[in-house]
Design a protein around this ligand. Structure first.
Ligand code: CP
Length: 318
């Protein structure tokens, strides 16, 4: 498989699918080690001293791009943020040629976000042996580091996965995050995974992934320990998938009323960006059980763990 080297060690991080539980646990434990003892402060280390990380974001990003940059700097790497709108992509240069040029600049890690599903795989197929690719979100396919930081956050706040009933709510059809979350929760042995959303925003045959499907939010939230909210991905949506007006919020918004069905202390997470009053009531997004900003902080440590692991695994590879 493309994401492993000949020694069967992780070379690229392209999807969660195909990882083993040991890989995920190793990343989560490594991420934990990047926090100062009994503190939320992330340590400065020299794991990537002398290496260069290139951020290639062909789609907008606040959290992923910034936390990859901070993570690389915390590991003492050089960071190159390619400004795509001012790069030669606008003059017709292909993705492959852009990457070849960045390789010539001696970048060792490429963090790639792209609107096309499969873009990170494509880059991974065309880079030198000593270069690692991290998928920072490709189309509707995968967002593996988001799922890993979500797992880190759930483990930190709620402990063992085999005891947890988890619900993923919203626009699952267009969500690369949901796909990666489902794979990660399955690999970690979550007791139950539910997906909740309108029929138009759930992929056909999603139950084949081993999840329980609900089209009624209060029913789907009954007794869950963790609620993973998603935003509506209007930029990827065809017309007619949603009813007009605020019907979506009324039926699928996480509000004081709908939240009553879940366990009293249910943990609420959201990958961001959040749309207040669209998929989540504003004060619920800011409530103590919503750990949305903690997810962002954890994202730095988890991305440090992934990058340091890939560089460690690449040692001695020619
Ligand atoms: N969660 C996430 O991918 O957010 P950004 O689009 O801001 O990176």
């Amino acid at each position: 498989m493309l994401q492993f080297n000949k020694q069967k060690r992780l070379k690229h991080l392209l999807t969660i699918d195909g990882l083993k539980k040991e890989h995920i646990i190793e990343i989560l434990n490594k991420a934990e080690d990047f926090f100062a003892p009994d503190s939320n402060q992330i340590l400065q280390t020299s794991h990537l001293h002398g290496k260069t990380v290139a951020n290639l974001f062909f789609e907008p990003s606040t959290r992923t791009r910034s936390t990859f940059e901070l993570a690389a700097k915390k590991l003492s790497a050089n960071v190159l943020n390619l400004d795509i709108s001012h790069s030669s992509t606008s003059k017709g240069e292909s993705l492959r040629d852009t990457v070849r040029n960045l390789q010539a600049m001696q970048c060792q890690i490429f963090v790639v976000r792209h609107s096309s599903s499969g873009a990170a795989h494509f880059v991974a197929e065309h880079v030198n042996e000593d270069v690692s690719i991290i998928n920072a979100g490709d189309g509707t396919h995968a967002h593996p580091t988001q799922a890993l930081l979500d797992m880190f956050t759930i483990r930190k706040h709620r402990g063992e996965f085999h005891k947890l009933s988890v619900a993923i709510v919203g626009d699952i059809l267009h969500s690369r995050v949901a796909r990666s979350q489902i794979h990660a929760l399955q690999i970690l042995g979550a007791a139950e995974i539910r997906v909740i959303g309108p029929r138009t925003l759930l992929p056909r045959h999603i139950e084949q992934l081993g999840v329980k499907v609900f089209h009624d939010l209060p029913q789907g939230l009954k007794g869950v320990d963790v609620i993973m909210m998603l935003r509506l991905q209007n930029e990827r949506m065809q017309a007619g998938l949603l009813p007009k007006g605020n019907a979506y919020y009324r039926l699928f918004g996480l509000t004081t009323k709908t939240l009553q069905s879940a366990n009293k202390d249910a943990l609420i997470i959201h990958p961001g960006p959040i749309n207040r009053g669209v998929e989540i009531q504003s004060d619920i997004a800011d409530s103590p059980n919503a750990v949305i900003l903690d997810q962002v902080t954890n994202g730095i440590a988890v991305r440090m763990a992934v990058m340091s692991m890939l560089v460690e695994n690449a040692k001695g590879i020619k």
